[in-house]
Write a protein that binds this ligand. Structure first.
Ligand SMILES: Cc1cc2nc3c(=O)[nH]c(=O)nc-3n(C[C@H](O)[C@H](O)[C@H](O)COP(=O)(O)OP(=O)(O)OC[C@H]3O[C@@H](n4cnc5c(N)ncnc54)[C@H](O)[C@@H]3O)c2cc1C
Length: 435
Protein backbone atom coordinates (compact mmCIF):
# COMPACT_ATOMS: atom_id res chain seq x y z
CA UNK A 1 0.00 0.00 0.00
CA UNK A 2 1.36 3.44 -0.89
CA UNK A 3 2.32 5.77 1.95
CA UNK A 4 0.35 8.94 2.32
CA UNK A 5 2.42 11.90 1.28
CA UNK A 6 2.25 15.43 2.52
CA UNK A 7 1.56 16.38 -1.06
CA UNK A 8 -1.68 14.34 -1.13
CA UNK A 9 -3.45 17.22 0.55
CA UNK A 10 -2.12 19.67 -2.01
CA UNK A 11 -1.84 22.24 0.80
CA UNK A 12 1.59 21.82 2.27
CA UNK A 13 4.79 22.58 0.49
CA UNK A 14 7.17 21.20 3.09
CA UNK A 15 8.69 17.76 2.80
CA UNK A 16 10.28 15.72 5.61
CA UNK A 17 11.45 18.83 7.42
CA UNK A 18 12.87 20.29 4.23
CA UNK A 19 11.89 23.81 3.50
CA UNK A 20 9.91 24.25 0.30
CA UNK A 21 12.65 26.62 -0.74
CA UNK A 22 15.41 24.05 -0.15
CA UNK A 23 17.05 23.14 -3.40
CA UNK A 24 18.47 19.83 -4.49
CA UNK A 25 21.33 19.88 -6.85
CA UNK A 26 20.29 17.65 -9.74
CA UNK A 27 22.99 16.84 -12.28
CA UNK A 28 22.56 13.18 -13.25
CA UNK A 29 19.12 12.20 -14.53
CA UNK A 30 17.74 8.85 -15.71
CA UNK A 31 14.67 9.15 -17.94
CA UNK A 32 12.69 5.96 -18.47
CA UNK A 33 10.97 5.98 -21.87
CA UNK A 34 11.88 7.69 -25.13
CA UNK A 35 8.36 8.63 -26.29
CA UNK A 36 7.50 12.31 -26.90
CA UNK A 37 7.39 13.28 -23.21
CA UNK A 38 10.64 11.53 -22.28
CA UNK A 39 12.52 12.78 -25.34
CA UNK A 40 11.34 16.36 -24.73
CA UNK A 41 12.42 16.35 -21.05
CA UNK A 42 15.75 14.86 -22.14
CA UNK A 43 16.28 17.66 -24.67
CA UNK A 44 15.58 20.44 -22.17
CA UNK A 45 17.74 18.91 -19.41
CA UNK A 46 20.64 18.10 -21.71
CA UNK A 47 20.52 21.67 -23.04
CA UNK A 48 20.74 22.83 -19.42
CA UNK A 49 23.98 20.87 -19.08
CA UNK A 50 22.74 17.86 -17.09
CA UNK A 51 23.97 14.31 -17.68
CA UNK A 52 20.96 12.54 -19.15
CA UNK A 53 20.53 8.80 -19.67
CA UNK A 54 17.41 8.21 -21.77
CA UNK A 55 16.26 4.61 -21.54
CA UNK A 56 14.40 3.32 -24.59
CA UNK A 57 13.11 -0.13 -25.14
CA UNK A 58 12.98 -2.33 -28.21
CA UNK A 59 10.82 -2.03 -31.23
CA UNK A 60 7.48 -0.32 -30.99
CA UNK A 61 4.29 -1.51 -32.78
CA UNK A 62 4.04 -0.76 -36.53
CA UNK A 63 1.54 2.05 -35.93
CA UNK A 64 1.05 4.09 -32.76
CA UNK A 65 -1.86 6.26 -31.63
CA UNK A 66 -1.27 9.95 -30.95
CA UNK A 67 -1.19 11.12 -34.55
CA UNK A 68 -3.43 14.19 -34.39
CA UNK A 69 -1.70 17.17 -32.77
CA UNK A 70 -3.54 20.28 -31.54
CA UNK A 71 -2.19 23.70 -32.60
CA UNK A 72 -0.93 24.51 -29.10
CA UNK A 73 1.77 21.86 -29.62
CA UNK A 74 3.38 23.76 -32.48
CA UNK A 75 5.27 26.26 -30.24
CA UNK A 76 6.80 23.26 -28.43
CA UNK A 77 7.95 21.78 -31.74
CA UNK A 78 9.66 25.10 -32.42
CA UNK A 79 11.30 25.17 -28.99
CA UNK A 80 12.58 21.64 -29.55
CA UNK A 81 13.86 22.72 -32.97
CA UNK A 82 11.93 20.07 -34.90
CA UNK A 83 9.02 21.81 -36.60
CA UNK A 84 10.66 21.97 -40.02
CA UNK A 85 11.47 18.28 -40.02
CA UNK A 86 8.03 17.30 -38.67
CA UNK A 87 6.33 19.38 -41.36
CA UNK A 88 8.34 17.56 -44.07
CA UNK A 89 6.53 14.25 -43.51
CA UNK A 90 3.30 15.26 -41.76
CA UNK A 91 -0.14 16.27 -42.98
CA UNK A 92 -0.93 19.96 -42.52
CA UNK A 93 -3.98 20.19 -40.26
CA UNK A 94 -6.19 23.25 -40.58
CA UNK A 95 -9.16 22.44 -38.37
CA UNK A 96 -11.52 19.93 -36.80
CA UNK A 97 -14.87 18.38 -37.73
CA UNK A 98 -17.39 16.84 -35.36
CA UNK A 99 -20.16 14.58 -36.57
CA UNK A 100 -23.26 14.41 -34.35
CA UNK A 101 -25.27 11.92 -36.46
CA UNK A 102 -24.62 10.50 -39.96
CA UNK A 103 -26.23 13.63 -41.46
CA UNK A 104 -25.48 16.38 -39.00
CA UNK A 105 -22.28 17.92 -37.75
CA UNK A 106 -20.08 20.99 -37.65
CA UNK A 107 -16.48 21.95 -38.20
CA UNK A 108 -14.17 24.89 -37.75
CA UNK A 109 -10.84 26.05 -39.13
CA UNK A 110 -8.25 27.17 -36.62
CA UNK A 111 -7.52 30.42 -38.48
CA UNK A 112 -11.16 31.50 -37.98
CA UNK A 113 -10.80 31.49 -34.19
CA UNK A 114 -10.47 35.07 -32.90
CA UNK A 115 -7.22 35.81 -31.02
CA UNK A 116 -5.72 32.42 -31.68
CA UNK A 117 -1.92 32.39 -31.68
CA UNK A 118 -1.25 29.27 -33.76
CA UNK A 119 -3.60 28.73 -36.70
CA UNK A 120 -2.52 25.27 -37.82
CA UNK A 121 -1.11 21.99 -36.67
CA UNK A 122 0.00 18.60 -38.02
CA UNK A 123 -1.17 15.02 -38.19
CA UNK A 124 1.98 12.96 -37.70
CA UNK A 125 3.09 9.40 -38.38
CA UNK A 126 4.11 8.55 -34.81
CA UNK A 127 7.09 6.34 -35.67
CA UNK A 128 8.80 9.17 -37.56
CA UNK A 129 7.66 11.82 -35.09
CA UNK A 130 9.07 9.87 -32.12
CA UNK A 131 12.31 9.32 -33.99
CA UNK A 132 12.61 13.05 -34.75
CA UNK A 133 12.19 13.90 -31.06
CA UNK A 134 14.65 11.22 -29.99
CA UNK A 135 17.27 12.51 -32.44
CA UNK A 136 16.70 16.06 -31.12
CA UNK A 137 17.36 14.81 -27.57
CA UNK A 138 20.56 13.12 -28.68
CA UNK A 139 21.66 16.19 -30.59
CA UNK A 140 21.14 18.22 -27.41
CA UNK A 141 23.51 15.85 -25.60
CA UNK A 142 21.23 13.21 -24.04
CA UNK A 143 22.52 9.63 -24.21
CA UNK A 144 20.17 6.93 -25.44
CA UNK A 145 20.42 3.71 -23.43
CA UNK A 146 18.74 0.89 -25.30
CA UNK A 147 17.64 -1.05 -22.29
CA UNK A 148 14.26 -1.72 -20.71
CA UNK A 149 14.74 0.05 -17.38
CA UNK A 150 13.70 -1.55 -14.12
CA UNK A 151 13.40 -0.28 -10.55
CA UNK A 152 14.19 -1.62 -7.15
CA UNK A 153 13.03 -0.30 -3.77
CA UNK A 154 15.28 2.17 -2.01
CA UNK A 155 14.74 3.79 1.36
CA UNK A 156 10.98 4.51 1.80
CA UNK A 157 9.78 6.16 -1.37
CA UNK A 158 13.33 6.72 -2.52
CA UNK A 159 13.76 4.67 -5.69
CA UNK A 160 16.77 3.07 -7.35
CA UNK A 161 17.33 1.81 -10.84
CA UNK A 162 17.82 -1.95 -10.73
CA UNK A 163 21.31 -3.32 -11.11
CA UNK A 164 21.09 -4.07 -14.84
CA UNK A 165 19.81 -0.55 -15.56
CA UNK A 166 22.51 1.09 -13.40
CA UNK A 167 25.07 -0.98 -15.23
CA UNK A 168 23.67 0.00 -18.64
CA UNK A 169 23.78 3.72 -17.75
CA UNK A 170 27.15 3.59 -15.97
CA UNK A 171 29.13 5.22 -18.79
CA UNK A 172 26.76 8.22 -18.70
CA UNK A 173 25.83 8.56 -15.05
CA UNK A 174 28.83 6.96 -13.38
CA UNK A 175 26.59 5.49 -10.64
CA UNK A 176 23.20 6.26 -9.13
CA UNK A 177 21.23 9.06 -10.82
CA UNK A 178 20.28 12.07 -8.70
CA UNK A 179 16.80 11.88 -10.18
CA UNK A 180 14.60 9.39 -12.05
CA UNK A 181 11.92 10.61 -14.50
CA UNK A 182 9.20 8.13 -15.35
CA UNK A 183 8.18 8.77 -18.97
CA UNK A 184 7.18 5.17 -19.59
CA UNK A 185 3.71 6.09 -20.87
CA UNK A 186 0.86 3.83 -19.88
CA UNK A 187 3.35 1.30 -18.49
CA UNK A 188 3.37 3.68 -15.48
CA UNK A 189 6.48 2.09 -14.05
CA UNK A 190 6.81 4.17 -10.86
CA UNK A 191 3.09 4.56 -10.14
CA UNK A 192 2.70 0.78 -10.30
CA UNK A 193 5.89 0.13 -8.36
CA UNK A 194 4.76 2.37 -5.49
CA UNK A 195 1.06 1.64 -5.93
CA UNK A 196 0.37 5.38 -6.07
CA UNK A 197 -3.27 6.45 -5.56
CA UNK A 198 -5.15 7.26 -8.78
CA UNK A 199 -8.46 8.62 -9.98
CA UNK A 200 -10.05 6.44 -12.61
CA UNK A 201 -12.57 7.88 -15.10
CA UNK A 202 -15.88 6.31 -15.96
CA UNK A 203 -15.06 5.08 -19.48
CA UNK A 204 -13.60 1.65 -20.00
CA UNK A 205 -13.69 1.30 -23.75
CA UNK A 206 -11.59 -0.46 -26.30
CA UNK A 207 -9.90 1.44 -29.12
CA UNK A 208 -9.21 -0.30 -32.43
CA UNK A 209 -6.74 1.50 -34.67
CA UNK A 210 -5.56 0.93 -38.24
CA UNK A 211 -4.37 2.80 -41.33
CA UNK A 212 -6.53 2.77 -44.45
CA UNK A 213 -6.47 4.07 -47.99
CA UNK A 214 -9.40 5.59 -49.86
CA UNK A 215 -11.16 7.12 -46.84
CA UNK A 216 -13.18 10.21 -47.86
CA UNK A 217 -13.03 13.33 -45.65
CA UNK A 218 -15.50 16.21 -45.40
CA UNK A 219 -12.68 18.78 -45.04
CA UNK A 220 -9.20 18.00 -46.32
CA UNK A 221 -6.54 17.88 -43.61
CA UNK A 222 -8.99 18.22 -40.70
CA UNK A 223 -9.24 15.68 -37.90
CA UNK A 224 -12.73 14.14 -37.98
CA UNK A 225 -14.37 12.99 -34.77
CA UNK A 226 -17.49 11.00 -35.58
CA UNK A 227 -20.16 10.10 -33.07
CA UNK A 228 -21.33 6.59 -34.01
CA UNK A 229 -24.39 4.53 -33.13
CA UNK A 230 -22.15 2.87 -30.55
CA UNK A 231 -19.02 4.68 -29.41
CA UNK A 232 -17.19 7.18 -31.57
CA UNK A 233 -14.53 7.09 -34.23
CA UNK A 234 -11.68 9.17 -35.61
CA UNK A 235 -10.47 9.79 -39.13
CA UNK A 236 -7.05 11.45 -39.11
CA UNK A 237 -5.65 12.21 -42.54
CA UNK A 238 -1.92 11.49 -42.89
CA UNK A 239 0.08 12.26 -46.04
CA UNK A 240 -0.65 9.06 -47.98
CA UNK A 241 -3.25 7.28 -45.88
CA UNK A 242 -5.83 7.83 -43.17
CA UNK A 243 -5.59 6.78 -39.56
CA UNK A 244 -8.88 5.29 -38.51
CA UNK A 245 -10.02 4.34 -35.03
CA UNK A 246 -13.12 3.39 -33.15
CA UNK A 247 -13.55 3.78 -29.41
CA UNK A 248 -16.28 1.49 -28.24
CA UNK A 249 -17.60 -0.65 -25.39
CA UNK A 250 -15.46 -3.77 -24.90
CA UNK A 251 -18.49 -6.07 -24.58
CA UNK A 252 -20.19 -4.61 -27.63
CA UNK A 253 -17.26 -4.97 -30.06
CA UNK A 254 -16.70 -8.64 -29.18
CA UNK A 255 -19.85 -9.49 -31.15
CA UNK A 256 -18.08 -8.57 -34.35
CA UNK A 257 -15.42 -11.28 -34.35
CA UNK A 258 -12.63 -12.98 -32.45
CA UNK A 259 -9.69 -10.89 -33.58
CA UNK A 260 -9.17 -7.12 -33.62
CA UNK A 261 -9.03 -7.28 -37.45
CA UNK A 262 -12.34 -9.13 -37.72
CA UNK A 263 -13.95 -6.75 -35.25
CA UNK A 264 -12.88 -3.51 -36.92
CA UNK A 265 -13.56 -4.71 -40.48
CA UNK A 266 -17.04 -5.98 -39.61
CA UNK A 267 -17.94 -2.99 -37.45
CA UNK A 268 -17.02 -0.48 -40.17
CA UNK A 269 -19.48 -2.16 -42.53
CA UNK A 270 -22.28 -2.08 -39.95
CA UNK A 271 -22.44 1.39 -38.40
CA UNK A 272 -24.46 3.91 -40.43
CA UNK A 273 -21.66 6.52 -40.46
CA UNK A 274 -18.61 4.30 -40.98
CA UNK A 275 -20.44 2.26 -43.64
CA UNK A 276 -20.63 5.38 -45.78
CA UNK A 277 -16.95 6.17 -45.80
CA UNK A 278 -15.51 2.66 -45.59
CA UNK A 279 -17.35 1.34 -48.68
CA UNK A 280 -14.37 1.80 -51.00
CA UNK A 281 -11.64 2.05 -48.37
CA UNK A 282 -8.92 -0.54 -47.84
CA UNK A 283 -7.14 -1.40 -44.60
CA UNK A 284 -3.38 -1.50 -45.14
CA UNK A 285 -2.06 -2.30 -41.64
CA UNK A 286 -2.87 -4.75 -38.87
CA UNK A 287 -5.35 -3.49 -36.27
CA UNK A 288 -3.86 -2.35 -32.96
CA UNK A 289 -6.00 -2.64 -29.87
CA UNK A 290 -5.80 -0.37 -26.81
CA UNK A 291 -7.80 -0.44 -23.65
CA UNK A 292 -9.11 3.11 -23.47
CA UNK A 293 -9.22 3.82 -19.76
CA UNK A 294 -8.99 7.24 -18.12
CA UNK A 295 -6.56 7.47 -15.22
CA UNK A 296 -4.82 10.21 -13.24
CA UNK A 297 -2.15 9.62 -10.60
CA UNK A 298 -2.62 11.93 -7.59
CA UNK A 299 1.05 12.73 -7.22
CA UNK A 300 3.69 13.69 -9.74
CA UNK A 301 6.87 13.45 -7.69
CA UNK A 302 8.61 11.89 -4.71
CA UNK A 303 11.98 12.25 -2.99
CA UNK A 304 14.05 11.41 -6.09
CA UNK A 305 11.58 10.81 -8.88
CA UNK A 306 8.85 12.44 -10.95
CA UNK A 307 6.24 11.41 -13.50
CA UNK A 308 5.65 12.99 -16.89
CA UNK A 309 3.29 12.47 -19.87
CA UNK A 310 0.98 9.45 -19.81
CA UNK A 311 2.98 8.02 -16.90
CA UNK A 312 1.43 10.84 -14.81
CA UNK A 313 -2.07 10.71 -16.28
CA UNK A 314 -3.99 9.73 -19.34
CA UNK A 315 -7.40 11.19 -20.02
CA UNK A 316 -8.96 10.33 -23.35
CA UNK A 317 -8.14 10.41 -27.04
CA UNK A 318 -11.27 12.36 -27.98
CA UNK A 319 -9.72 15.86 -28.16
CA UNK A 320 -6.14 14.83 -28.98
CA UNK A 321 -4.97 16.32 -25.70
CA UNK A 322 -2.47 13.57 -24.77
CA UNK A 323 0.52 14.77 -26.77
CA UNK A 324 -0.09 18.38 -25.69
CA UNK A 325 -0.18 17.44 -22.01
CA UNK A 326 3.00 15.42 -22.62
CA UNK A 327 4.78 18.40 -24.19
CA UNK A 328 3.55 20.93 -21.62
CA UNK A 329 4.44 18.70 -18.71
CA UNK A 330 7.89 17.94 -20.18
CA UNK A 331 8.77 21.62 -20.31
CA UNK A 332 7.31 22.35 -16.87
CA UNK A 333 9.14 19.39 -15.31
CA UNK A 334 12.46 20.39 -16.88
CA UNK A 335 12.07 23.85 -15.34
CA UNK A 336 11.23 22.38 -11.93
CA UNK A 337 14.22 20.03 -12.01
CA UNK A 338 16.54 22.87 -12.90
CA UNK A 339 15.23 24.77 -9.93
CA UNK A 340 15.46 21.66 -7.73
CA UNK A 341 13.15 23.08 -5.04
CA UNK A 342 10.09 21.36 -3.59
CA UNK A 343 8.13 24.50 -4.31
CA UNK A 344 8.92 24.20 -8.03
CA UNK A 345 8.00 20.51 -8.01
CA UNK A 346 4.72 21.18 -6.22
CA UNK A 347 3.95 23.85 -8.79
CA UNK A 348 4.73 21.36 -11.55
CA UNK A 349 2.45 18.78 -9.96
CA UNK A 350 -0.40 21.26 -9.57
CA UNK A 351 -0.02 22.42 -13.16
CA UNK A 352 -0.30 18.90 -14.57
CA UNK A 353 -3.14 17.86 -12.25
CA UNK A 354 -5.10 20.94 -13.22
CA UNK A 355 -4.52 20.22 -16.90
CA UNK A 356 -5.66 16.63 -16.51
CA UNK A 357 -8.78 17.70 -14.60
CA UNK A 358 -9.72 20.27 -17.22
CA UNK A 359 -9.43 17.80 -20.12
CA UNK A 360 -11.29 15.16 -18.13
CA UNK A 361 -14.17 17.59 -17.71
CA UNK A 362 -14.22 18.36 -21.44
CA UNK A 363 -14.19 14.62 -22.24
CA UNK A 364 -17.07 14.06 -19.79
CA UNK A 365 -19.08 16.74 -21.63
CA UNK A 366 -18.43 14.91 -24.89
CA UNK A 367 -19.47 11.47 -23.63
CA UNK A 368 -22.60 12.80 -21.89
CA UNK A 369 -23.81 14.39 -25.15
CA UNK A 370 -23.78 17.88 -23.62
CA UNK A 371 -20.92 19.21 -25.73
CA UNK A 372 -22.36 18.08 -29.06
CA UNK A 373 -25.79 19.37 -28.04
CA UNK A 374 -24.24 22.74 -27.22
CA UNK A 375 -22.43 22.78 -30.59
CA UNK A 376 -25.69 21.96 -32.35
CA UNK A 377 -27.62 24.63 -30.44
CA UNK A 378 -24.85 27.12 -31.19
CA UNK A 379 -25.17 26.47 -34.91
CA UNK A 380 -28.78 27.69 -35.00
CA UNK A 381 -28.66 30.29 -32.22
CA UNK A 382 -25.89 32.21 -33.98
CA UNK A 383 -28.35 33.05 -36.76
CA UNK A 384 -30.73 34.76 -34.32
CA UNK A 385 -30.32 38.41 -33.32
CA UNK A 386 -29.15 37.66 -29.75
CA UNK A 387 -26.99 34.85 -31.09
CA UNK A 388 -25.24 37.22 -33.51
CA UNK A 389 -24.40 39.50 -30.59
CA UNK A 390 -22.90 36.64 -28.59
CA UNK A 391 -21.26 34.84 -31.50
CA UNK A 392 -17.89 36.62 -31.43
CA UNK A 393 -17.54 36.01 -27.71
CA UNK A 394 -18.30 32.30 -28.02
CA UNK A 395 -16.10 31.86 -31.07
CA UNK A 396 -13.28 33.50 -29.17
CA UNK A 397 -13.44 31.12 -26.21
CA UNK A 398 -14.96 27.74 -27.19
CA UNK A 399 -12.85 26.63 -30.16
CA UNK A 400 -9.71 27.88 -28.42
CA UNK A 401 -10.20 25.19 -25.80
CA UNK A 402 -10.03 22.50 -28.46
CA UNK A 403 -6.95 23.99 -30.08
CA UNK A 404 -5.30 23.56 -26.68
CA UNK A 405 -4.62 27.29 -26.23
CA UNK A 406 -7.71 27.97 -24.11
CA UNK A 407 -7.78 24.74 -22.10
CA UNK A 408 -5.97 26.28 -19.15
CA UNK A 409 -7.87 29.56 -19.38
CA UNK A 410 -10.23 29.64 -16.43
CA UNK A 411 -12.77 31.88 -18.12
CA UNK A 412 -12.94 29.81 -21.32
CA UNK A 413 -13.33 26.56 -19.38
CA UNK A 414 -15.86 28.17 -17.04
CA UNK A 415 -17.89 29.31 -20.02
CA UNK A 416 -17.75 25.82 -21.53
CA UNK A 417 -18.90 24.22 -18.28
CA UNK A 418 -21.65 26.80 -17.85
CA UNK A 419 -22.95 26.41 -21.40
CA UNK A 420 -22.83 22.61 -21.26
CA UNK A 421 -24.93 22.80 -18.12
CA UNK A 422 -27.34 25.66 -18.76
CA UNK A 423 -27.06 26.49 -22.46
CA UNK A 424 -28.80 23.55 -24.08
CA UNK A 425 -32.09 25.44 -24.55
CA UNK A 426 -34.29 22.54 -23.48
CA UNK A 427 -32.57 19.97 -25.74
CA UNK A 428 -32.03 16.56 -24.19
CA UNK A 429 -28.28 15.77 -24.22
CA UNK A 430 -29.05 12.04 -24.01
CA UNK A 431 -29.88 12.17 -27.73
CA UNK A 432 -26.22 12.81 -28.52
CA UNK A 433 -24.52 10.90 -25.72
CA UNK A 434 -21.84 8.37 -26.62
CA UNK A 435 -23.30 4.93 -25.98
C1 LIG B 1 -6.63 5.17 -28.55
C2 LIG B 1 -5.78 6.36 -28.32
C3 LIG B 1 -5.72 7.38 -29.27
C4 LIG B 1 -4.93 8.53 -29.05
N1 LIG B 1 -4.92 9.53 -29.98
C5 LIG B 1 -4.23 10.67 -29.72
C6 LIG B 1 -4.20 11.73 -30.65
O1 LIG B 1 -4.75 11.65 -31.76
N2 LIG B 1 -3.53 12.87 -30.30
C7 LIG B 1 -2.89 13.00 -29.11
O2 LIG B 1 -2.34 14.07 -28.83
N3 LIG B 1 -2.87 11.99 -28.23
C8 LIG B 1 -3.50 10.82 -28.50
N4 LIG B 1 -3.44 9.80 -27.62
C9 LIG B 1 -2.59 9.93 -26.44
C10 LIG B 1 -1.11 9.80 -26.80
O3 LIG B 1 -0.88 8.60 -27.50
C11 LIG B 1 -0.27 9.83 -25.54
O4 LIG B 1 -0.71 10.87 -24.72
C12 LIG B 1 1.22 10.03 -25.83
O5 LIG B 1 1.73 8.97 -26.60
C13 LIG B 1 1.98 10.10 -24.51
O6 LIG B 1 3.35 10.23 -24.73
P1 LIG B 1 4.36 9.67 -23.64
O7 LIG B 1 5.73 10.03 -24.12
O8 LIG B 1 3.94 10.08 -22.29
O9 LIG B 1 4.16 8.07 -23.68
P2 LIG B 1 4.42 7.04 -24.86
O10 LIG B 1 4.23 7.65 -26.18
O11 LIG B 1 3.61 5.83 -24.52
O12 LIG B 1 5.96 6.67 -24.71
C14 LIG B 1 6.43 5.90 -23.63
C15 LIG B 1 7.68 5.17 -24.07
O13 LIG B 1 8.28 4.55 -22.95
C16 LIG B 1 8.76 3.28 -23.33
N5 LIG B 1 8.94 2.47 -22.13
C17 LIG B 1 7.97 1.96 -21.32
N6 LIG B 1 8.53 1.28 -20.31
C18 LIG B 1 9.88 1.36 -20.48
C19 LIG B 1 10.99 0.85 -19.76
N7 LIG B 1 10.83 0.09 -18.67
N8 LIG B 1 12.23 1.14 -20.20
C20 LIG B 1 12.42 1.91 -21.31
N9 LIG B 1 11.40 2.40 -22.04
C21 LIG B 1 10.14 2.13 -21.61
C22 LIG B 1 7.70 2.78 -24.29
O14 LIG B 1 8.20 1.73 -25.11
C23 LIG B 1 7.41 4.07 -25.07
O15 LIG B 1 8.30 4.20 -26.14
C24 LIG B 1 -4.18 8.63 -27.85
C25 LIG B 1 -4.21 7.59 -26.91
C26 LIG B 1 -4.99 6.47 -27.14
C27 LIG B 1 -5.00 5.36 -26.13
Amino acid sequence: MAKRSIFDSGRSVRSGGRSAQARRSIQKVAIIGGGPAGAAVATYLARAGMDVALFTRGKRPPIIVGESLVPAIVPFLRKLGVEKEVSSYSQFKGGANFLFTPDDGMGFQFHEVPSIKTTYSYNVPRDRFDDTLLQAAKKAGAHQIEHSAGLEPGDGEHLRLDEASREAALPVLGGEPDWIVDASGRTRLIARHLDLPTTVGTRKDVALHAHMEGVPMETLGNVHTDRLEHGWGWRIPLRDRTSVGVVIGAEFIRKFGNTAEEQLDAFLQTDATTRRWSKDAKRITPVMQYSNYQLRTHRGFGPNWSLVGDAFGFIDPVFSSGMLIGMQSAEALAEALQSGSDRALVRYQQFVLRNLTVWQRAADHYYSGRLLTMFRVGEYVRHTRIGRLMDFHFRRHMPRIFTGEGATNRYSMGLLNFMCRYGLVGNDPAELEIR
